[in-house]
Design a protein around this ligand. Structure first.
Ligand code: SF4
Ligand code: SF4
Length: 457
C-alpha cells in the first residue's frame, strides 16, 4: 500500500499541484457536481424535496416522489441499477467514478487540497513546513488550515443531514433551542468530526484501503478495460537522454523525472503497471504530457490504454468491448426496464385487506350473505387523499362499518366493511371478489379477497 509504509507507519502523501488540460476538465466536472450537490436538497418538486434519503424514518423522496418502506423493492431495484452501472463503467474505463465523480475525491482534491496549497504552498513547501522547526508562522498556518477544514466539514455535515431529514427539518434544528433537537444536534457534531477526520487526516486511505469499491476492481477490470496507464513499450528503458550515444544504448522516452509520481494523490508510480490504488484522476497524464511537450516528443507516454493494447494482444484489441461488458450492459438494460415497469405500476396507497379474524359468513333476512373485512391503508402520495371502497361487480355491495373517507398525508387508516352478495348468486363455498379503492372517481388500487357463503340449493 503506497500510503502505508513498511512497519505499518503512515507515509504522508505530498501531492504536487496538478495542472494541464485533464485537470481543467476535471475541475469543470467536479465543480459542476459540487454545485448540484449543494443546491439539490433545496429544490422541491411539488411539496417534496427533489432528493431526500431519510433512512431514519425510511422515507425517500426522489424527483419529488415519496417512497416508503413498502416500496423497498423499488428502492432495491434502483440501487441495483446504480451498482451495475458503476460496474459497467468500471469494466469499460476503470475507476473513473473515483477520480471524477466520487464526492470524497471532489471534496479532497478540488476543495480541501486547494485550500492547503493556498495556505501552505505546493508539495515541497508543505514537506519543508512539516519537517521544519516549530515556529509561530507554522502554528498560524496550521491553525488557519484546520479552522477552515473544520468550518467546511461543518457545512458539509449540515448538507449531509439535509439529504437525510430534508432542509425544513434541518432549519428547525438550527433555529430552535438545542435541547429540543438533541439527536439532530449530536448528529451534526458527529458528521462534522467524521468529515474533518476524512479530509484532514485519512485522505487517500479512504480510496486505497477503506472503500470496498476499490478492492473490487481486480475482478471488474479485464484486458479490454481502458485505464490510465504507462506505455512501457515506448518509455523503457527509462533514464536521462544523453547526446551522442550509439543505437544500442538509446533510452526510451521516459526520462525518469518522476513528475507522474509527485502529482499522484494516492502516492503510486503508474510505471509499475495498473494498480488498485489508481483512481484514474489523470494528474499523471497531464504531468507527463508537459514533459513530453518540452522534449518535443509525442504526448501519451502516460495515457489511456487497455492491457491488451499495451501487451499487443491483437485478438482482444480488435474487440471494441468484451463479452463481459456486453453482459453487464444487458443486465443494466433488463434492470432498467423492470424498474420503469415497477415505477409505472406503483400505487399511491398501500393496502392490506383481511377477512375479520374469527368471523364466518352471516345470513341476512333479505336473502343476502355478508362477510366482514378489515382494511389497512397507508397513504404514500404525499398529500391528503379522499377515497371510497367499492366493487366493480354490480351484484356485490360494500357496506362500511366505520366511515373514514379521507387519508391524511403520510397517514394510515384502519376500516371495517361488509361485502354483501345475494345468496342465489353463490355457486361455491369459497369464491373470489375484487374490491376497488377509488379516489376522485379513479381506481387507485384493486384488491382480491375470498368470500365464503353456503352454496345456494
Ligand atoms: S496513477 Fe495517475 S491517474 Fe492514477 S491516481 Fe495516480 S495520478 Fe491519478
Ligand atoms: S512523467 Fe513521464 S517522463 Fe517523467 S517519469 Fe513519469 S512517465 Fe517518465
Amino acid at each position: 500500500m503506497a500510503a502505508i509504509a513498511m512497519e505499518n507507519k503512515r507515509k504522508w502523501i505530498y501531492a504536487k499541484k496538478p495542472k494541464g488540460i485533464w485537470f481543467q476538465r476535471r475541475q469543470w466536472v467536479g465543480y459542476t457536481l459540487l454545485l448540484i450537490f449543494f443546491v439539490l436538497p433545496f429544490i422541491k418538486i411539488g411539496e417534496h424535496p427533489m432528493l431526500m434519503l431519510n433512512v431514519v424514518e425510511r422515507k425517500f423522496s426522489i424527483f419529488g416522489t415519496l417512497f416508503y418502506p413498502q416500496d423497498l423493492y423499488i428502492f432495491v431495484f434502483g440501487m441495483m441499477i446504480m451498482l451495475v452501472a458503476i460496474v459497467l463503467i468500471t469494466a469499460m474505463a476503470g475507476r473513473v467514478w473515483c477520480g471524477w465523480a466520487c464526492p470524497q475525491t471532489i471534496f479532497m482534491e478540488l476543495v480541501f487540497r486547494r485550500i492547503e496549497y493556498w495556505i501552505e504552498g505546493d508539495w515541497q513547501q508543505q514537506r519543508k513546513l512539516n519537517a521544519g522547526p516549530d515556529t509561530d508562522a507554522r502554528a498560524w498556518k496550521k491553525l488557519a488550515k484546520h479552522s477552515i477544514f473544520l468550518l467546511l466539514s461543518f457545512i458539509i455535515a449540515n448538507l449531509f443531514l439535509a439529504y437525510i431529514i430534508g432542509v425544513d427539518a434541518l432549519w428547525q434544528i438550527i433555529r430552535e433551542p438545542v435541547e429540543q433537537h438533541l439527536i439532530g444536534f449530536l448528529s451534526l457534531i458527529v458528521f462534522t468530526l467524521v468529515f474533518y477526520g476524512v479530509f484532514a487526516h485519512l485522505r487517500e486511505i479512504v480510496c486505497t484501503t477503506i472503500c470496498p469499491y476499490g478492492r473490487l476492481q481486480s475482478v471488474l477490470l479485464d484486458e479490454s478495460t481502458v485505464t490510465v496507464a504507462y506505455d512501457h513499450r515506448r518509455g523503457e528503458p527509462r533514464g536521462k537522454q544523453q547526446r551522442h550515444v550509439d543505437a544500442h544504448h538509446l533510452k526510451g522516452d521516459c526520462v525518469d523525472c518522476k513528475l507522474c509520481v509527485h502529482v499522484c494523490p494516492t502516492g503510486i508510480d503508474i510505471r509499475d503497471g495498473i494498480q488498485l490504488e489508481c483512481v484514474n484522476c489523470t494528474a499523471c497524464v497531464d504531468a507527463c504530457d508537459a514533459v513530453m511537450l518540452k522534449l518535443q516528443k509525442p504526448t501519451g507516454l502516460v495515457g489511456f490504454y487497455s492491457a491488451a493494447t499495451l501487451e499487443g494482444d491483437a485478438a482482444v484489441k480488435s474487440k471494441a468491448v468484451s463479452v463481459r461488458t456486453l453482459a453487464y450492459a444487458g443486465v443494466l438494460i433488463a434492470l432498467s426496464i423492470g424498474f420503469a415497469f415497477l415505477l409505472a405500476n406503483r400505487s399511491i396507497i398501500d393496502a392490506r385487506l383481511l377477512r375479520a379474524t374469527g368471523s364466518s359468513y352471516q345470513l341476512r333476512a333479505d336473502g343476502t350473505v355478508s362477510n366482514l373485512y378489515t382494511l389497512e391503508l397507508t397513504n404514500k402520495s404525499g398529500k391528503d387523499i379522499p377515497f371510497m371502497v367499492s366493487s366493480e361487480d354490480s351484484t356485490v355491495l360494500v357496506q362500511r362499518v366505520n366511515v373514514i373517507d379521507s387519508l391524511k398525508r403520510d397517514g394510515t387508516a384502519m376500516l371495517s366493511f361488509f361485502i354483501i352478495r345475494p345468496k342465489h348468486s353463490i355457486q361455491q363455498y369459497k369464491s373470489e371478489v375484487i374490491v376497488a379503492i377509488m379516489s376522485n372517481n379513479k381506481k387507485i388500487k384493486s384488491l382480491k379477497t375470498t368470500f365464503i357463503a353456503p352454496v345456494a340449493m
